[in-house]
Write a protein that binds this ligand. Structure first.
Ligand SMILES: *Cc1c(COP(=O)(O)O)cnc(C)c1O
Length: 425
């Protein structure tokens, strides 16, 4: 939209806002959104876009689902929020019980936070203190993997991919961890095993995004890699953390990605789709074994963490309503249908000379390009084609709502195909 068509609130507010991941001097202006419904966003000038991103993978039931809206309305009337220190409430405890039921035995204790990064911070703190409480003070490092993304806070940046992440910029200010290649082939497997043999005594655990490294480039690995990590963690006595903030709640075709590998982590982190994309909430869920290392008469063995808004009742009510929808509506069947449509719709793009690879798993479709010379231009052409798709790095990806209508998904795929096929991006 041209500058003078912007709504008044945008003209007066933009000089005071600082946007995410944006060079404020040169970045294209954000689009003013005034409404959402299903898989559609409505802009201030009345245009509508089909949403291919689900607002950073959160809105798995589409926008404005009436069941979640009703649950949040009712909770707002009853009690929006109370502190979680010394007080508790039904939405939080019901959600904890239901999450543990869905995760199955071996993931037994839920700690709430309000964002994914903080859930990972808590997972790392849990793992470190698990060892401290047993008198093992030398276990200060984690093994993490190239291509990984675990958040933007200082603790989590240190376990992100060192090149894609912010290691260089903050060199010397981040904790040192051991970032290796995922064991996809024999050489990398041998390197990981040798590393663990030598360094296990200084390690607290291994952290990985199971099946899909999301923000690192939608990189896929087969379930056997997770089974192998479980085996190595057990052999070397390390805790295994699965960061399912992106993959959790159906995105890869099963409720949780670990189900496809038939192994469980000692600690799992959940966030993004936890509330169906409505309110911020995250959970770090630990095994009874991890929890037992904190169970003591010694007060210094307690987990010392407690975000102000932890267990927010509105967010927990939304998450409970989201779980209702997974129980009542055929979400995983919808994901399977989306997977088939993404495979069929994106496959032809692999023939374009500037496309390096097409990857599909569950409701995730990614096109890796050999480069994007003008990312703002590409984003603009996608908007002009009537879709909201936000390429990053050299990746154009689709992570639609599981409820997207088949016709809307076809329109989305056709728009992406047209824009990517028309010219080298
Ligand atoms: C998004 C994401 C995070 C960080 O979550 P925030 O809520 O943005 O802090 C961590 N890990 C993974 C795998 C993610 O996709």
């Amino acid at each position: 939209m041209s500058t003078d068509e912007r709504p008044e609130w945008m003209k007066s507010g933009m000089p005071h806002i600082w946007l995410p991941y944006a060079q404020m001097k040169t970045a294209a202006e954000p689009l003013p959104v005034v409404g959402s419904a299903g898989s559609t966003l409505t802009l201030a000038d009345g245009r509508t876009l089909i949403d291919g991103v689900s607002s950073w993978w959160t809105a798995c039931h589409g926008y404005n689902h009436p069941h979640i809206a009703a649950a949040v309305h009712a909770q707002l009337e009853a009690m929006p929020h109370v502190m979680f220190g010394g007080l508790t409430h039904e939405p939080a405890l019901r959600l904890a019980r239901r999450l543990c039921e869905r995760l199955g035995p071996g993931l037994d204790r839920v700690f709430y936070t309000d964002s994914g990064s903080v859930a990972v911070e808590v997972a790392m703190k849990m793992a470190l203190q698990y060892w401290l409480n047993q008198g093992e003070r030398q276990r200060s490092r984690f093994v993490a993997f190239r291509g990984g993304y675990h958040g933007d806070t200082f603790g989590t940046m240190a376990v992100c991919d060192p090149d894609e992440g912010m290691h260089r910029m903050f060199g010397g200010m981040l904790a040192q961890h051991d970032i290796l290649a995922l064991p996809l082939d024999e050489a990398d497997d041998a390197a990981l095993e040798a590393h663990l043999r030598t360094h296990a005594h200084a390690l607290a655990g291994i952290i990985v995004e199971p099946l899909v490294q999301g923000a690192g480039g939608m990189l896929l690995h087969p379930p056997r890699v997770l089974a192998r990590l479980r085996e190595l963690a057990d052999r070397h006595g390390l805790l295994l953390i699965f960061d399912e903030i992106f993959t959790g709640f159906g995105r890869t075709g099963t409720m949780f990605a670990f189900e496809q590998a038939g192994v469980k982590p000692d600690i799992i982190t959940l966030s993004k789709a936890l509330t169906g994309g409505t309110l911020p909430l995250a959970a770090t869920v630990a095994s009874a074994r991890v929890f037992d290392a904190f169970w003591s008469d010694d007060p210094t063995h307690a987990l010392m963490h407690g975000p102000t808004f932890m267990g927010n009742a509105l967010a927990c009510a939304a998450a409970n309503a989201s779980l209702d929808l997974f129980e009542q509506e055929p979400r995983l069947a919808q994901v399977a249908a989306i997977e088939a449509a993404l495979r069929a719709g994106l496959a032809p793009l692999a023939a374009l000379p500037w496309v390096r690879a097409v990857r599909v798993l569950g409701a995730i479709g990614a096109v890796e390009l050999d480069g994007i010379a003008d990312r703002d231009g590409l984003r603009r052409r996608l908007v002009e084609a009537g879709v909201w798709v936000r390429p990053f790095g050299n990746i154009v990806y689709l992570t639609p709502a599981f409820t997207i209508a088949p016709q809307a998904l076809q329109t989305l795929l056709a728009a992406v195909g047209e824009v990517l096929g028309a010219q080298r991006p």
